[in-house]
Design a protein around this ligand. Structure first.
Ligand SMILES: [Zn+2]
Length: 450
């Protein structure tokens, strides 16, 4: 049975992987993966393809996790790369944010999440702060924008951790103004009231986020952290993305942003700090001591000239690392993964800081953990999320089992992904999104309205 002819979703399914990455430096040949409901029930390397199994040719990985996304930034791709700074980029981003409605946000996010599914992403963390209508006026459904994202992810068939973001200020001691009014709930209490109206569903998990120490003051940081702790949900926060953020925080509070978050109880083992590009050595120790993770977004950080984060130092300190596409300059988790090692090489002049298998772990196991999902490894009991990378095209032709992990990480791209399985359901087969069909057309239509 070929993937194309198979109906979805099945409550039980069998997949036969030509090669499967089960962890470690090599791939296993001829592996049968059995599933029931959303979970893997059996993994049998070296087994013949059972009759009726769906064939996954190439290398099958655990599903890729995109830990940090702002779906609507996809509208900026190709339009913001000329000279300017992070701050001029932000003006362009605000101009898009100004125009979005629940309907246009839904259409754009649906297409962007479908692009992610085509890129092998099975779980996304959407750092969501565009909550209200013009001027900060609440929509009749106060969560109209969050629900638009949830509906978009459900239609694109991937897992969504909706990191509902508290955003109150335009900068330290500066009120929100202009489009920022659409981001602000006015207080952390009103943020919490609104978020409490959202519920988890299958493939949807509600988490919390603090936008940054620029946009949330210390009492509100503590309130959001307490809210997330009481519910045991992921808490994400932009941290030390810009030297200017560190400088403003030091001038106002006499501390680094990481120290300020820690005083509010916001650094825990459920916390993911996004970027961490300009962390001090003490900050790195603090994050490690709290069990806090860091999500690196290398393609965004290089596009915005933000700098190279201390990836190896964080790893050496014991900080779990994950990856995000953030500004959607590209959506390609293999590109993010190799960038961690390649940027480290440029920064140090030496090679070999991360192995290919470690980099794949960032894109899979630690990523899904940061989003609160029990996936990330092809083993019984885990959520049945898989991504298959084709080795038959010109880019990866000639790859052997011994070198397949390195070939995929250091030379593979999103366009080499052929199949994506979420919760046992075949979502992408032979590079086609089975629900949405022509994703490029969906993107064109959504972008044209903006
Ligand atoms: Zn971000």
């Amino acid at each position: 049975v070929t993937a194309q002819s198979t109906a979805v979703p099945a409550t039980t399914a069998q997949y036969w992987c030509e090669w499967a990455w089960l962890g470690g430096d090599e791939v296993a040949a001829s592996t049968v993966v059995e599933m029931a409901g959303e979970r893997i029930t059996g993994v049998r390397p070296g087994a013949a393809a059972p009759h009726g199994a769906i064939t996954l040719p190439g290398v099958t990985l655990p599903g890729l996790a995109n830990v940090h996304s702002h779906a609507f930034h996809r509208a900026l791709r190709g339009r913001t790369h000329r000279p300017g700074s992070f701050w001029t980029w932000r003006e362009r981003m605000y101009a898009v944010a100004e125009r979005l409605t629940p309907d246009s946000y839904h259409a754009l996010a649906r297409a962007v999440f479908a692009e992610m599914a085509l890129a092998g992403i099975t779980a996304v963390g959407e750092f969501h702060y565009l909550h209200h209508a013009e001027g900060g006026r609440p929509y009749p459904d106060r969560n109209a924008m969050g629900r638009a994202l949830a509906a978009a992810a459900a239609e694109a068939r991937l897992r969504l951790t909706l990191l509902d973001t508290c955003y109150l200020y335009g900068g330290i001691d500066r009120p929100a103004e202009g489009v920022q009014l659409r981001f602000s709930d006015g207080s952390a209490g009103r943020w919490a009231e609104r978020v409490a109206l959202l519920d988890d569903r299958p493939r949807l998990r509600i988490g919390a986020a603090v936008h940054s120490v620029r946009a949330v003051d210390p009492p509100a940081i503590a309130e959001v952290a307490g809210w997330a702790a009481a519910r045991g949900v992921p808490l994400h926060v932009h941290l030390s993305e810009q030297p200017a953020e560190n400088g403003a925080c030091a001038a106002r509070y006499g501390r680094t942003p990481a120290e300020l978050l820690d005083r509010g109880g916001a650094l825990t083992e459920r916390t993911t700090a996004v970027h961490g590009t300009h962390l001090t050595p003490d900050d790195r120790g603090l994050l490690a001591g709290r069990g806090c993770g860091v999500c690196l977004c290398p393609t965004t950080e290089r596009d915005l000239a933000d700098g190279i984060g201390p990836a190896a130092a964080l790893r050496d300190a014991g900080v779990p690392l994950s990856l995000g596409s953030d500004s959607q300059a590209v959506i390609d988790m293999l590109e993010e993964a190799r960038a961690v090692e390649l940027d480290e090489r440029l920064a140090t002049g030496t090679r070999g800081h991360f192995t290919g298998a470690e980099l794949l772990g960032l894109a899979t196991a630690t990523g899904v953990r940061a989003l609160g999902w029990d996936a990330g490894r092809i083993e019984p009991g885990r959520l049945a999320d898989l991504t298959t990378v084709d080795l038959g095209g010109v880019r990866l032709a000639g790859t052997t089992a011994e070198h397949a992990v390195d070939a995929v990480v250091f030379a593979g791209t999103a366009t080499d992904v052929t199949h994506t399985v979420v919760g046992g359901e075949l979502v992408v087969a032979d590079r086609r999104h089975l629900r949405i069909g022509d994703v490029a057309a969906a993107l064109r239509a959504a972008l044209a309205t903006l």
